[in-house]
Design a protein. Structure first.
Lengths: 420, 842
């Protein structure tokens, strides 16, 4: 049972508090939390230095940080830890979806809406409705249209006075009687590469995390079946509650009645990829307080589409003072306070392979580099799911209209690491 | 100035609200809404807007839902502080409770229940009763939670109106799953609080675990929202199925929940699976296989916060079944972007899953972290390498790695590595040649950390034969005695110099003299005593001194574990609880079954335990220290073992040499003079072996001591306890954390004694007359923390700590006894039992 929740700004200021139990929790707990999470003398704006669950002298504190906003919940009794963490994540997701983003200003501009949402999401410390599509039926999001309407007609409330019909149906994620003029549904296959190359150049780990994200604008109660051409390559699947698991078990296709609007249909993992599309070869050699740097980037396997937004980050240790680095392609920036060198490549040119060269200087007295940086590489490939997963077809049932269907795929690298 | 401004603004707002209150002009709702928004945002930033209360209520007559909601919010915020004003709101809330729109009915009922003003309870009962019978599920579900709120304000008016009975009926028969879930939630909470005082409520709570209820919940399981599923799963995990078939059926129903997108549902399901199969070894093993993939996915694909919580649980599982994750070790490789608390847990996982097949890869990976930018993680990873080495897989390769670390010439890497090399040498003396060659090259100047210095000094003393310049390096250390701030190092230095003296007397004799004289003058008591002891031993006879200080070593086979298995088992019972994430059984800080705070004993006048959980730096860091530092724990253990002599690694055969010291120190109090050092061997005994029945506590105590039945005829000599012992709460807490349970005791209070035991106080007072003091006590369940001290024991020693839990229904009292000197625990248990038996008979 969560007693209360606070939203803290990126400097630890309490933006909003919501108490769910009779016993009010004093705001001073936030100050205590903030000094634990950001002890004086450390990077004030960095990530918190405490885990998601800690115990204060009086309460258990559960916290998550999203876009600089800290969601802090307190409880006095034993509870399921992930229930607390997952709930806070949902609150963050719902707020972000309502406001089209998450930051201090958006929350301060929409206090009333946040209170309304929190009221419906939890009562007496237990989570109730967190499905965005259902919440939107009860509490209208602050979109441009409704704002215009309220100005013009001078009275319409920002919430529909109808109760969500789904709350009492067998399909708790979908309301009855949804109507759209254009019936369309889109699916995005979003894959993220998680790879580590060790300092000897071996790929020690390479896998792909994928998500199937849907955006449904279909009327009525459509029953959909999504088939993959090669479902056998994926493992460790997790589904939105709408997916009927037995069908997946038996025939490896997804049968479901979709929620309205955006939703995450499933997530999966593809293990044991042998290679990454890009190679990054760093060479560092030290002598007399100077580190010579040479980093080569190139395409290892052509994924069939252009690799875009290639960025190479080299977070140097604090002992590095200055850097003189140039590249034959793209731009190089060295941030002298964080010591991060960011090399923005973009696309790889046809005629040459991008190369970063130069040297960095160490603090006086240091002969060679003791702490070696881990190079972080980011990129994006539109139109390709790196794992090779392909959607075969989408069939629909229980509806009489024609459906416009759209599929897209994208691969992103978020944690491709090369150790030196 | 600012305050004046604000006052002006508030007055203005007040005026505007007044004007709008009666107005029916078009557009007035919009104006109201703007004003309300202003009020709410003042409220949110913490400005006191309670002065607007009556105006806000006057304006509340509106059909606009958002306005209503804002008004409810405002009223809910201030009602508690201004009960007489809250009365003003009752009228319109009650009216709204009968609105045509179910949404408004629900919201009004929720607000009404959230006022939490005691003297308004009478206005609550009627709307709640109607709410529970409402035709709309939304209203019923609000009402179900409302009952719980009513119970928190006025328990008697909740039970007097038979609300629990109504909830139970709804739980079984309502068509709306959310209503069912809310009923379950309220009932569980009400009955578990009520159960502390009433037998009937306790039975009622148990009846929720009845087969019919569980099956009806499971049958409609998929209708529940994901959060309600978590709640139901928690209840189901306490259910014991009738037969294996039922177990399998239940698991079939729940199997797909392991694939759920909500990690809380996944974990709750896992808990059910583990509990259902606890007694079916083969299925239990299959369950581990089944839950593996979902857990690993949660670790790698969730947010850092989720990974952390899941990893904590994985850690627990790995302790149970290390083989299970042996091939999935790559999931625990640290990412650069992981927060350091996640990295730390991953390192522990890597350590835990290491076995013959994967050690090479894991150690390679860990070695890369040693050059990591994050110093704290680099240290941790070196320790992890050491721990794996001590688990004796592929030691050869690991020793090479460790020695490479020394060549990195980084201060903290060298420091950590020295400590590890020392541990390794104690376990695998056969590696001494390789290690010593490299350690000899470490410049003693570059070692600054006390632990590393102590390790280096230990090696210098131990391997004085192999390191040609050992005496001279030691001489350097002795000469800078005055600059050495840490007693730990100075103690080690004394021992090392003495050992070096036995090995290479001519070169060391002068240094020894210097070290001893520095030692005599040392301000630290331990250092002083050790110097004196060595001096006297040497004076007495050099041979005896050598036998004591420098005996032949036996390799240490097992280092003291970090957490006792008792604690680990306990945490396992609490799977899917905060305790797991926090790595402490929940009894150590928050009391699980009750919200009412512990009553603190006035006599000690201070507080411990109870909801005032240990501060972050306090207990957890103790545990951390033990977790992370094998050396330290081994060190401390031995210090206590060797009583006044701090030197390490005695083989047990050498103990008799010490007997002349220990005998004189312990004989008068020791129950059996032939086992004076028993305390050093006291290890946590499996509770089953120790827990005795009330009928034959003595017999069990004998088992503990391993004495034959013949000895049991002799009762223990009664302990003399200090009638007024002094122990501050912090020390109690520390001792409780450090000591292991010496023995457990069960005693059943006779019925007439239980009559007097309505609260903790009578027993607290009774025990005081028996020289047992209460540190803290709590009601419901009755729980006490007692302590006692041996008469004439030096300050801060000779303490006995007791945790006593009394089950009110059966009168069964179970005690956990911890003692500074666990050999005296049986005798203490004896006096404790006799003190307990006197309770109520006076």
């Amino acid at each position: 049972m969560l007693h209360c929740m606070f939203l803290l700004s990126d400097v630890g200021e309490v933006m909003l508090e919501k108490q769910w139990m009779g016993q009010q929790v004093d705001r001073s707990i936030c100050t205590w939390f903030w000094t634990q999470a950001h002890p004086p003398g450390h990077d004030e704006f960095g990530p918190p230095r405490v885990p998601a669950v800690i115990a204060s002298p009086t309460y258990y504190l559960i916290s998550i940080v999203r876009e600089g906003v800290t969601f802090l919940a307190c409880t006095l009794s034993e509870m399921q830890p992930l229930l607390g963490i997952e709930f806070l994540c949902r609150v963050a997701d719902v707020l972000a979806e309502y406001f089209g983003g998450l930051n201090e200003d958006l929350i301060k501009d929409n206090y009333v809406l946040v209170y309304q949402l929190l009221d419906e999401m939890m009562d007496s410390g237990f989570p109730l409705t967190t499905e965005p599509s259902i919440l939107k039926e009860m509490i209208a999001p602050p979109n441009f249209v409704s704002r215009v309407l309220s100005v013009v007609t001078g009275g319409s409330s920002s919430m529909s006075s109808t109760l969500p019909t789904a709350a009492s149906s067998n399909v708790p994620w979908r309301a009855l009687g949804i109507k759209h003029t254009n019936n369309e549904i889109y699916f995005d296959l979003v894959e993220e590469v998680d790879a580590i190359v060790n300092k000897d150049g071996f790929l020690v780990k390479c896998q792909v995390y994928g998500e199937v994200q849907g955006n449904s604008r279909l009327s009525g109660m459509p029953d959909l079946t999504l088939n993959f051409t090669n479902p056998s390559i994926i493992s460790d699947v997790r589904f939105h509650p709408c997916v009927r698991y037995q069908d997946w078990e038996a025939r490896q296709h997804l049968k479901f009645i979709p929620p309205d609007g955006q939703f995450k249909l499933m997530s999966y993992r593809v293990k044991g990829l042998e290679n990454t599309p890009l190679y990054v070869k760093p060479q560092l050699s030290c002598s007399e307080g100077v580190v010579r740097v040479n980093i080569l980037v190139g395409i290892r396997i052509d994924p069939g589409r252009t690799i875009e937004n290639i960025v190479v980050d080299v977070p140097w240790p604090p002992t590095v003072t200055t850097a003189e680095l140039t590249a034959n392609h793209g731009t190089v920036l060295f941030n002298s306070s964080t010591k991060v060198c960011t090399w923005t490549i973009g696309r790889i040119p046809k005629d040459k392979s991008p190369c970063l060269t130069g040297s960095v200087n160490l603090e006086a007295g240091l002969d060679r580099l003791h702490e070696f940086p881990t190079i972080l590489v980011g990129f994006k490939i539109m139109g390709v799911a790196l794992s090779g997963l392909k959607v075969d077809k989408l069939e629909y049932d229980n509806i009489a209209y024609r459906v416009y269907k759209g599929f897209r795929a994208v691969t992103k690298a978020t944690c491709y690491e090369i150790r030196t | 100035m600012n305050a004046d401004n604000r006052k002006g603004e508030l007055a203005e707002l007040k005026g505007q609200l007044r004007q709008l209150a009666g107005s029916r002009a078009p557009g007035v709702e919009d104006l109201k809404r703007e004003l309300y928004k202003k009020v709410i945002s003042y409220l949110t930033v913490g400005i006191d807007v309670s002065s607007l209360f009556s105006e806000m209520v006057m304006c509340s007559a509106t059909s606009d839902l958002v306005l209503k909601k804002m008004c409810y919010l405002y009223v809910g915020n201030y009602a508690r502080g201004y009960p007489e004003l809250a009365l003003l709101t009752i009228n319109f809330l009650q009216k709204d409770c009968q609105d045509d729109d179910p949404m408004i009915r629900g919201l009004a009922l929720r607000s009404l229940c959230s006022l939490r003003v005691k003297n308004l309870v009478e206005y609550l009962v009627g709307p709640l009763q109607r709410g529970l019978k409402d035709s709309n599920g939304y209203v019923r579900s609000v009402a179900a939670i409302g009952v719980l709120k009513l119970y928190h304000i006025a328990p008697s008016s909740c039970t007097d109106n038979d609300f629990p009975v109504t909830l139970k009926a709804l739980l079984l028969h309502d068509s709306d799953p959310q209503v069912v879930a809310n009923c379950l939630c309220s009932l569980l909470e009400i009955l578990s609080i009520e159960g502390n005082v009433s037998e009937a409520a306790l039975r009622e709570k148990e009846s929720l675990l009845h087969r019919n209820v569980i099956l009806s919940l499971l049958n409609r399981f998929k209708e529940f929202s994901e959060w309600a599923q978590c709640l139901v799963l928690e209840v189901v995990s306490k259910y014991v199925p009738e037969d294996a078939q039922e177990t399998h059926d239940m698991m079939d129903v729940l199997d797909d929940r392991l694939q759920h997108a909500n990690s809380a549902v996944v974990l709750a399901t896992i808990k059910v699976f583990l509990h259902l199969t606890m007694s079916m070894a083969d299925v239990h093993q299959k369950v581990y296989e089944r839950i593996k993939a979902p857990l690993l996915t949660l670790v790698s694909s969730g947010s850092a916060e989720q990974s952390y919580a899941v990893l904590s649980h994985l850690h627990l599982l790995v302790m149970r079944a290390p083989m299970l994750f042996a091939s999935d070790y790559k999931h625990f490789y640290c990412r650069y972007s992981d927060p350091s608390y996640v990295k730390k847990l991953k390192l522990e996982m890597l350590t835990a899953v290491a076995n013959e097949s994967n050690t090479y890869e894991i150690v390679t990976e860990l070695s890369e972290y040693a050059a990591n930018v994050d110093v704290a993680i680099a240290r941790e990873s070196i320790r992890a390498v050491g721990k794996i080495a001590l688990q004796q897989y592929d030691v050869n390769a690991i020793v090479d790695r460790l020695l490479q670390f020394l060549e990195m010439e980084k201060d903290y890497v060298t420091a950590e590595t020295l400590v590890l090399v020392k541990d390794l040498l104690r376990k695998y003396p056969q590696w001494s040649h390789d290690c010593i060659a490299v350690v000899g090259n470490v410049s003693s100047k570059s070692v600054t950390e006390p632990k590393a210095k102590a390790a280096l000094v230990w090696m210098l003393g131990e391997y004085a034969y192999d390191m040609s310049d050992a005496p001279y390096v030691l001489e350097g250390f002795v000469q800078s005695w005055a600059e050495e701030d840490f007693a730990e190092v100075r103690l080690e230095l004394l021992t090392a110099v003495a050992k070096c003296f036995f090995k290479r007397p001519p070169e060391t004799v002068q240094i020894l003299g210097a070290a001893l004289s520095f030692g005599f003058a040392d301000a630290n008591q331990d250092v002083h005593d050790r110097a004196l002891l060595y001096y006297r031993l040497l004076q007495h006879s050099v041979e005896v001194a050598e036998r004591v200080i420098n005996p032949p070593k036996q390799a240490v086979s097992v280092f003291a574990g970090d957490q006792s298995s008792e604690i680990k088992d306990r945490i396992f019972d609490e799977f899917n609880s905060l305790a797991v994430v926090y790595r402490q059984p929940s009894y150590m800080f928050l009391d699980k079954d009750q919200r009412s705070p512990f009553a603190f004993s006035e006599d000690t006048g201070s507080s411990i335990i109870g909801p005032q959980s240990p501060g972050r730096e306090d207990l957890p860091s103790d545990i951390d220290a033990r977790d992370n530092d094998l050396l330290l724990s081994a060190h401390e253990k031995e210090d206590s073992r060797a009583v006044s002599n701090g030197s390490h690694g005695y083989s047990s055969s050498k103990f008799h040499t010490l007997q002349e010291f220990t005998d004189s120190a312990f004989a008068p109090r020791s129950p059996s003079p032939t086992q004076p050092i028993r305390n050093a061997r006291a290890t946590p005994l499996p509770p089953a072996a120790v827990s005795s029945t009330a009928a034959s506590p003595l017999l069990a105590v004998d088992d503990l001591l391993g004495l034959g039945p013949s000895a049991s005829a002799e009762p223990f000599p009664p302990l003399k306890l200090n009638p007024k012992p002094v122990l501050d709460p912090a020390s109690f807490k520390r001792k409780w954390g450090q000591l292991t349970v010496a023995l457990t005791l069960e005693y059943t209070f006779p019925a007439q004694a239980m009559v007097g035991l309505t609260g903790p106080q009578p027993l607290v007072r009774h025990m005081q007359t028996n020289s047992v003091q209460c540190m803290a006590s709590g009601n419901a369940p009755l729980k006490f923390f007692f302590f006692a001290q041996l008469a004439d024991a030096p300050a801060n020693t000779g303490f006995f700590l007791v945790e006593l839990v009394v089950t009110t229904s059966s009168g069964l009292a179970s005690a956990k006894i911890k003692a500074d000197d666990s050999s005296l625990a049986p005798a203490f248990a004896d006096s404790l039992q006799s003190a307990l038996s006197k309770f109520g008979s006076l």
